[in-house]
Design a protein around this ligand. Structure first.
Ligand code: 13P
Ligand code: SF4
Length: 348
């Protein structure tokens, strides 16, 4: 039964004591996140993970690229475990290292040495290593602005991958017009939506997206405002440009949480991000009215693959001395991916 499962997880956690740290992303389900020693968005979890020097085991309740980042930043002897190996990220899967290498060649021919690659952390360790090797860095949705400012100090243009929306939304907010942005389509190997001259381009946006956040639409915002004009709309920058432009506010997972926490009682919010987080915020803030922006549920299906049976399985495998589902980045990839991540983590 459900209580027995909770009891077994708690007991396994207790037996492992200081040898274990459980990290949980905000999009995890309630019945899993309650076991996390630390909760956070991807930036906070990357930082916290790298500070866990004592733990022999880090169980990452999140998705594959986050566990790879944790392994990259971990001590050599630490083991990083993802309770269900099928917990990937469809956005990270949209940038394949071979496609990126090919694109880079074309971009070098077109733009010479005027371009720097920046990857959203929602990407494989191989892509992070590519970026590290070519003088670039990583960003998260919390620090994208800061990172792009840094990157524009290095070079005139940025290749931003894999999320076109985070790249476009952040650059636009920094004052870069849409005419100076272009999409790179890895399937066709061509530029798309080139509204201005290629030589004036500042942002080359990889044609990737998050299937969860791309489901929010301008129509949903119009409908919610019609129903209740007092409703404020707040969305994640992985949403489309049109949605972000229409919303009252846009920001990372961490920004959304802080905004709600600081809002006065009686505030009304329609939130455009992962449903587990929206429901949790609604429960934690009964003094406010909080709803999901869309009427259909939009869970991140891969995040949701981490459930209690998988968490227990991972814990018991450690206790039995045969840990399962270890995420291990190879040494060469780790070296360069760490260069990229450390560049990001040193920016303040
Ligand atoms: P953040 O945790 O950086 O807000 O990212 C959201 C997300 O989609 C995680 O996969
Ligand atoms: Fe990937 Fe989107 Fe899920 Fe985040 S919410 S893990 S970007 S699919």
């Amino acid at each position: 039964g459900s209580e027995e499962l909770d009891a077994r997880i708690r007991s396994a956690k207790e037996r492992l004591g200081k040898d274990l740290v459980i990290l949980g992303h905000h999009y995890q389900r309630d019945d899993v996140i309650k076991f996390a020693d630390f909760r956070g968005d991807s930036l906070r979890l990357a930082r916290i993970g790298s500070e866990q020097k004592e733990a022999k085991y880090i169980i990452f309740c999140g998705v594959h690229f986050m566990a790879e980042t944790a392994d990259t930043l971990a001590q050599d002897e630490q083991l990083v475990i993802l309770p269900d190996l099928r917990a990937g990220c469809s956005m990270a899967d949209m940038a394949d290292i071979e496609e990126v290498e090919e694109a880079w060649e074309v971009l070098q021919e077109e733009f010479g040495d005027t371009i720097i690659p920046v990857t959203y952390v929602n990407s494989t360790a191989a892509i992070k290593a590519f970026v590290g090797r070519h003088g670039g860095t990583t960003c998260t949705s919390s620090n994208a602005h800061l990172v792009l400012e840094w990157a524009f100090k290095q070079k005139k243009r940025i290749l931003f991958l894999p999320d076109q929306h985070l790249g476009r939304n952040t650059a636009y907010k920094m004052g870069i017009p849409l005419e100076q942005m272009v999409i790179w389509n890895p399937q066709s190997g061509q530029f798309e939506e080139n509204k201005g001259s290629l030589q004036d381009t500042r942002m080359i946006l990889w044609k990737g997206h998050c299937s969860v956040h791309q489901k929010f639409t301008p129509e949903q915002i119009h409908r919610i405002r019609k129903q209740d004009p007092e409703m404020k709309v707040i969305v994640h920058p992985e949403c489309s440009f049109e949605v972000v432009q229409l919303a009252d506010q846009a920001g990372s997972t961490d920004y959304i949480i802080k905004t709600i926490e600081a809002a006065p009682p009686g505030s009304k919010w329609a939130i455009g991000t992962e449903v587990n987080l929206v429901h949790r915020l609604a429960e934690e803030h009964p003094e406010q009215k909080i709803v999901l922006l869309s009427t259909t549920m939009c869970p991140c299906l891969t995040m949701n693959r981490i459930d209690r049976p998988h968490l227990l399985w991972a814990l018991e495998s450690i206790l039995e001395g045969r840990p399962i589902h270890r995420i291990e980045v190879d040494e060469e990839t780790k070296k360069w991916s760490k260069v990229a991540l450390d560049r990001m983590l040193s920016l303040k």
